[in-house]
Design a protein around this ligand. Sequence first.
Ligand SMILES: NC(=O)c1ccc[n+]([C@@H]2O[C@H](COP(=O)([O-])OP(=O)(O)OC[C@H]3O[C@@H](n4cnc5c(N)ncnc54)[C@H](OP(=O)(O)O)[C@@H]3O)[C@@H](O)[C@H]2O)c1
Length: 252
Amino acid sequence: MNKIVFITGASSGFGEACAYRFASEGYDVIATGRRAGRLEALQQRIQSTHGVRLLPLDFDVQDKAAVFAAVQGLSADWQEIDVLINNAGLALGRDYFDQANMDDWETMIDTNVKGLLYVSRAVLPLMTSRNKGHIINLGSTAGKEVYEKGNVYCATKFSVGALSQAMRIDLLRHGIKVTAIHPGAAETEFSLVRFKGDASTATSVYTGIEALSAKDVADVIYYTSTLPAHVCINDLVLTCTQQANSMYFYKK
Ligand SMILES: NC(=O)c1ccc[n+]([C@@H]2O[C@H](COP(=O)([O-])OP(=O)(O)OC[C@H]3O[C@@H](n4cnc5c(N)ncnc54)[C@H](OP(=O)(O)O)[C@@H]3O)[C@@H](O)[C@H]2O)c1
């Protein structure tokens, strides 16, 4: 039987690239997101290219009932999840703390923090019952240094770091690995979402740098899943070579 990876936010960016990478290594993939059409297209492409199974599941990670219904509805042949990638997330807006849109704040907290909690709690019984599994959480360099106008997005990614530490401690007794991955700037739909469809502002984020690609990040995520059972990467920061941390870039 193939190993199984459960990926949130597989309809785009890092999640989609992880779906391809893990499928190319023989994993069956549970691919989740809200855009069902994209997940179905991914299913067609991955199943025909890699000959593995892909199960598309569309739900909103902010909706606790929907998350639990989706995971608890998995048939027996999808329940032995080896790797959970908590990747779904977003930044919304880039504004001074005293001017930022509070609905944006709530969406980021509900998605990046509460969504990660719901998915983890829903999937964990399938790992703890086997004393086996690997949870990979997507943080960010924004969860390492706060930058101007990053306020709540940064706070949600600091939370991902804290929750990864907490999970690692509390799941020790089950032998479950927990890895936090903290990418720097990567060219995906992230900035288009952040700037609410303003393509020129979104593109300007990457002007003058060769940013990470989704594939670069997926390759590193996959690598962390390949280590022997007794070896766990706890925390990993990756940036493009023209970025030093969440504030310093060398733009050409
Ligand atoms: N790109 C970067 O520079 C960067 C750097 C560091 C960290 N990150 C983090 O990496 C993760 C992936 O980002 P990305 O760059 O791949 O962005 P992306 O291309 O915009 O992909 C985000 C994914 O998250 C899903 N998603 C968003 N809200 C959701 C919700 N409420 N319920 C279910 N799925 C939801 C989206 O799917 P649907 O829209 O179909 O729901 C999409 O598949 C995020 O956590 C982000 O914060 C990104």
